[in-house]
Design a protein around this ligand. Structure first.
Ligand SMILES: Nc1nc2c(ncn2[C@@H]2O[C@H](COP(=O)(O)OP(=O)(O)OP(=O)(O)O)[C@@H](O)[C@H]2O)c(=O)[nH]1
Ligand SMILES: [Mg+2]
Length: 403
């Protein structure tokens, strides 16, 4: 997509001195970016008591590319950015926005470098403090340094990615394409400062956008006050753990495991209950008298009934939950698949018998080895079942060829 209109979104709360110095500095940098870019500034002010809004309004009279958006009350950084982006990509017709702080922590001289990366085809550019050429202020206290450095490492670990070095940075360039893809998921949740940044980046990353980093030296604010508080740290921690858990819960393998676990409980309970049910006892007696098969005893019959209950539960939950995106709905597709499912389950049990039998034949029948082979056999059975389910029973639906 051709990028021509760029809006720098700057949220402010009590930044009067900073903003009156920052706007001229930004205009200066704008005069040096390639002519194809039309640069704008959008200040999102939460009715700052110090009159930041009035200062911006004065600027906007003589600077046509300076815009002010006023929120009636302080609503946090996430809400300010959400409104700012809606305005920038909507009425202001931006192709690209920047997230930028008012307090001079973000070096404006780096703006052309961000634009260069966009030119190269990146869709999301982060200003990073933790790659060569970037830095945090040397005068930061050890706890803030520690939190910032190890906090980022921790986020990478929890979210199992190493692609990004600065998750919490508030210096970013974001294309409209990324915004469109991510915005709906960002609505409806109340984001504080860091969770907004982490959440937005994480969603964009999972959608596979092209992301890169530009190093910059973070400068401590000299005017105004920090809005960073202790509750930010707690919120951030809770947020990333929650996000990761949600991801795990959404994983097919996890659901498959849960359904299997429930099946195991049902199986065990069924064995216990059915073997005590008078009707099962008399049925087994009747069957034994007619067939004379020794396996048709009470526990054999109870085991079979318990197993079938587990199979029905597994089939139902896998259909409704694990493979809900490939759900079987009509009776005539469910019936043959249910038969296949039964065969696969019996197959898995047969393989387990074989593995335990062959294994203990080699290692001997001690309790340890029996248990060991049972675990191995169960693992093999589960993997095979998963393969059968996902490739035969709940096949990926092929789209109908166009006629
Ligand atoms: N509109 C709006 N802007 C906010 C709000 N909270 C913070 N900001 C602005 O967001 C930017 C970043 O906030 P800072 O307080 O600098 O947070 P920080 O950079 O993490 O911490 P320090 O640099 O130590 O102050 C600044 O321009 C703030 O004025 C808010 O609730 N509403
Ligand atoms: Mg700051």
């Amino acid at each position: 997509m051709k990028i021509s209109r760029v809006v720098m979104i700057i949220p402010t709360y009590n930044e009067k001195e900073n903003i009156s110095k920052l706007i001229p500095v930004l205009q200066q940098v704008f005069s040096r970016v390639p002519k194809k870019y039309e640069m704008h500034i959008l200040i999102v002010d939460d009715s700052s008591p110090d009159g930041t809004g009035n200062v911006v309004e004065k600027f906007s009279l003589s600077n046509k590319n300076v815009h002010l958006l006023t929120n009636p009350k302080k609503g946090g950084l996430g809400a300010a950015y959400m409104r700012g982006m809606t305005e920038a990509f909507g009425p202001l017709k931006a192709d690209l926005i920047f997230e930028f702080d008012a307090d001079f922590s973000h070096d404006p001289e780096k703006i052309p470098e961000f634009l260069q990366k966009i030119d190269e085809g990146y869709e999301f550019v982060l200003g990073s403090r933790y790659i060569p050429g970037g830095s945090i202020p040397p005068n930061w206290g050890w706890h803030r340094k520690f939190l910032s450095i190890y906090g980022n490492l921790f986020i990478n670990l929890v979210l199992t990615t190493l692609a990004v070095h600065d998750w919490t940075t508030g210096y970013r360039a974001i294309t409209k394409k990324v915004y469109i893809a991510v915005r709906d998921e960002m609505k409806g949740e109340r984001f504080t400062g860091y969770t907004w940044q982490i959440g937005f980046l994480h969603k964009a990353m999972r959608k596979g956008f092209k992301i890169t980093e530009v190093p910059f030296k973070f400068v401590d604010r000299t005017m105004g006050h920090s809005k960073l508080g202790a509750e930010y740290i707690k919120n951030t921690f809770m947020y990333i753990v929650k996000v990761r858990l949600q991801e795990i819960f959404a994983m097919r393998v996890f659901k498959f495991g849960m359904v299997g676990g429930l099946g195991f409980v049902i199986n065990t309970l069924g064995l216990f209950l059915f073997s005590r049910l008078p009707v099962v006892v008399s049925l087994s007696n009747a069957l034994y008298t007619t067939t004379k098969l020794s396996m048709v005893n009470v526990s054999g019959l109870a085991a079979a009934l318990g197993a079938e209950c587990a199979i029905i539960s597994n089939f139902t939950w896998n259909n409704l939950w694990t493979f809900h995106d490939r759900k079987l709905t009509s009776a005539w597709s469910i019936f043959p698949k249910f038969i296949q499912f039964n065969l696969a389950s019996f197959g898995a049990v047969a393989i387990q018998f074989l593995v335990v039998g062959a294994g203990t034949a080699v290692t001997g029948q001690t309790t340890f080895w029996r248990f060991f082979w049972l675990v191995v056999a169960t693992a093999i059975g589960m993997v095979l079942n998963y393969i059968v389910y996902s490739t035969f029973i709940w096949k990926v639906k092929k789209p109908h060829p166009a006629v």
